[in-house]
Design a protein around this ligand. Sequence first.
Ligand SMILES: Cc1cc2nc3c(=O)[nH]c(=O)nc-3n(C[C@H](O)[C@H](O)[C@H](O)COP(=O)(O)OP(=O)(O)OC[C@H]3O[C@@H](n4cnc5c(N)ncnc54)[C@H](O)[C@@H]3O)c2cc1C
Length: 479
Amino acid sequence: MIEYIVGALVASLLGFLFFFNVHDKRRSDSGEEELGFDQIRDECVKSAANGECGSDKMSAVDVIVVGAGVAGSALAYTLGKIETCGAWSVGFTDLGICDFLDVLIRKPIPSEVLDFSPDKLLCWMCPEIQFDPYMLSGLQSGRRVHVIERDLSEPDRIVGELLQPGGYLKLIELGLEDCVDEIDAQRVVGYALFKDGKSAKLSYPLEKFHSDVSGRSFHNGRFIQRMREKAGSLPNVSLEQGSVTSLLDDNGTIKGVVYKTKTGEELKAYAPLTIVCDGCFSNLRRSLCKPQVEVPSCFVGLVLENCNLPFPNHGHVILGDPSPILFYPISSTEVRCLVDVPGQRVPSVANGELAKYLKTVVAPQVPPEIYDSFVAAVDSGNIRTMPNRSMPASPYPTPGALLMGDAFNMRHPLTGGGMTVALSDIVVLNNLLKPLRDLNDASSLCSYLESFYTLRKPVASTINTLAGPCTRCFLLHLI
Ligand SMILES: Cc1cc2nc3c(=O)[nH]c(=O)nc-3n(C[C@H](O)[C@H](O)[C@H](O)COP(=O)(O)OP(=O)(O)OC[C@H]3O[C@@H](n4cnc5c(N)ncnc54)[C@H](O)[C@@H]3O)c2cc1C
């Protein structure tokens, strides 16, 4: 029996090697092996006399990601990183093949190859063979991802600054948890609620988790840059600055995008799958979903400098009149204040109406410990505003394209759930795509991916549901 299994194993390994040699040869015959992913794209850009990249060369891209904000950069890293090892690892450990290999090659497998990365395993098993580095890289490559982002410089904005613990757990699942390191991110372990001069502290129920698990608050732009850097460090992920103007629709199937480069040149890029993550102001979602966007209120953002919040490492929610006021740290020296202002417009910043509103209506409700810093922040004049949008997920399943992040689904940001939903959706999508190497059959892929909308629900619907009624309760003073 053992002989059969060992024989089958050897046969699969040889088949595997054969496949990659053939694959390698095919690429070599076409001369393609001379071009790395970046070169292929650069070649395209250079040779685009009519602004159109040859689709044969652009088939070197598996996925186009539009937008490298929270969702796009996390997605690009997730799709681009090595996934084949995972499959090997599961196969090997589940089937106990490790022991058979020990028998087969008559030496125990050392710990450094126990992650079963296929290239390491082959090199270790057959040290006498000089494997082609290209073949080895093929064994462990992730998907080839072309990210097109309108502005690759560090964003400076008031959104996406508090990642809930559930979002941090998703970061860990995606291998991106180090993106909250080195950005002076602050741990958040719960909330403090204030009403009519009284306060109550609520802790996240994190007892069952590793001590590292908690919420994190930070400068959104720093977090995004860390994720972009991490995605861009993968050899098969290319980040390009450009503004996508439309999707390339071929009889209902999306084949790629039209975009304007940094220099204003108009180009087309092709891939079997285009994932649109162009955020809350998406101009591409119109053909992919029914955008029913509501704007119940706006957030007015200030930064308070060098002050101590009454409850360190907590988000602070003032159940104020007419609506809530939030405070949370975004670095070791700065506290973000977000004031919810009902309606679609805020008083004018230019004529001083907003500063007056903040000083006369909001300041009296601010905890005394941070009152002076609040007034100083208003006086500094650095006041930002942002509409609070909510939009249910109602996609039109479209072959060749998918929406992610705020372009796909939004909820009121009061409960800080947007990034958690986006990261959770990426985990779900990645798990669905993992077993597929070939994404070229657009209509089958589209039917297959319909399960994404069901599988995402346990997390996404819970967060969306909490955000809606919770916000309404705050606004109607039911809490
Ligand atoms: C005021 C406010 C506060 C919030 N606070 C929190 C919070 O504390 N915690 C939380 O979890 N969530 C929060 N959210 C929600 C959170 O910000 C979003 O859910 C999250 O940023 C969504 O990520 P995204 O990648 O979809 O969009 P974004 O992060 O906005 O990224 C979109 C990207 O697409 C790019 N882009 C746009 N158009 C194009 C184009 N045509 N071509 C190429 N690129 C394009 C943009 O430049 C941008 O980089 C808040 C939202 C608001 C409005």
